[in-house]
Design a protein around this ligand. Sequence first.
Ligand code: PMP
Ligand code: GLN
Length: 390
Amino acid sequence: MTEHSRAARRLDGVGSTIFAEMSALAVRTGSVNLGQGFPDKSGPDTVIEAVYDAMRAGRNQYPPGRGTPELVDAVIRHQQRHYGLGLAPENVVVTTGATEAIAGALLGLVDPGDEVVVWEPYYDSYRAMIQFAGGVRRPVTLRAPDYRFAADELEAAVTDRTKLLLLNTPHNPTGHVFDRAELETVADVARRHDLVVVTDEVYEHLTFDDHEHVPFATLPGMFERTVTISSSGKTFSFTGWKIGWATGPADLVAAVEGAKNWLSYSSGAPFQPAIAQALDHEAAFHEQLREDLQKKRDYLCDALAALGLDVHVPQGTYFVTTDVSSWGHADGKAFCAALAERARVVAIPNQVFYEDESSEGRHLIRWAFCKEQDVLEEGVRRLRGVDLRA
Ligand code: PMP
Ligand code: GLN
């Protein structure tokens, strides 16, 4: 038997994704899954029918690597309609979910030794992909209660080796929606240091109250240095279809495609025309989804607060973060393990999204509210049924 690991060193420390781990725990313990962010209700039936139609019409072989022309055109129309951005086909590449767009952007744009500034807590694939590219992470921390960042910390994170800023708004896991002033601070740094910005905007349509999503690429002068990533998963509740896209100036998009070519080459043939149809005709779906999610956010935030938890009400996304130190817990991972066994509810320990697991996020827990109301109610009923105080 070989004693040393036969896996490549690029896998060191990245482990498996927390979402798969916690969903497996939910199945094993019969828990209500408020962990992994996926809705338990599918998107529009008309869009599902469009997939069947595409399959019956024979659209079952490799589509173009860049994306099916209908979807590329629908993404162009979407960016124009919602944000006033005028794109051409060379500004768009379709990917296998936002996940592949993130991989393509980092593998296509980061050289070994390049530094990547990333706002923590950060989505877990960022860590893996920066590492796969041989890049060096430079975190800037978003701090409770409002999850804004300090401009001087951003400035301090940038060095002469910085290649890229990796932004995410609306932000997973905190639910923070970067406002225009914050984005202008980022833009100023990008301009002065001549940096590329990769911005993950998969929750672009899921903002609450009067919080408005501002695409980073719409800031003056920023389009030319920005790769914007989005996905149909969150906007249309088809997370398992894995149809995403990256948009930006032709050379940056070509770099993303250059890597994507060797990852999947092309993505889900029959799903692409269906998502094109969704982008063109189903805006009412995500408007309704946003309203429903806001009510569910309010329900879950109120219920968690009534249980004595310190709740950070999110401005967007699927998620609410609570601080469990008010229940006497110092370690989120241990808390989530006990939560599944004792209450049969699964949530996500935010500490895994921080560079230093023993710091800021140690007692922060993320709960997903993108579930049916009766599922949320059952989760809350279970939480009320046991005393989870340490
Ligand atoms: N980025 C963020 C911030 C996410 O929350 C997710 C999960 N949807 C992704 C990227 C991955 O998106 P996709 O499922 O389209 O690969
Ligand atoms: N984006 C989802 C979340 O944050 C999960 C996606 C995944 O499982 N990779 O929960």
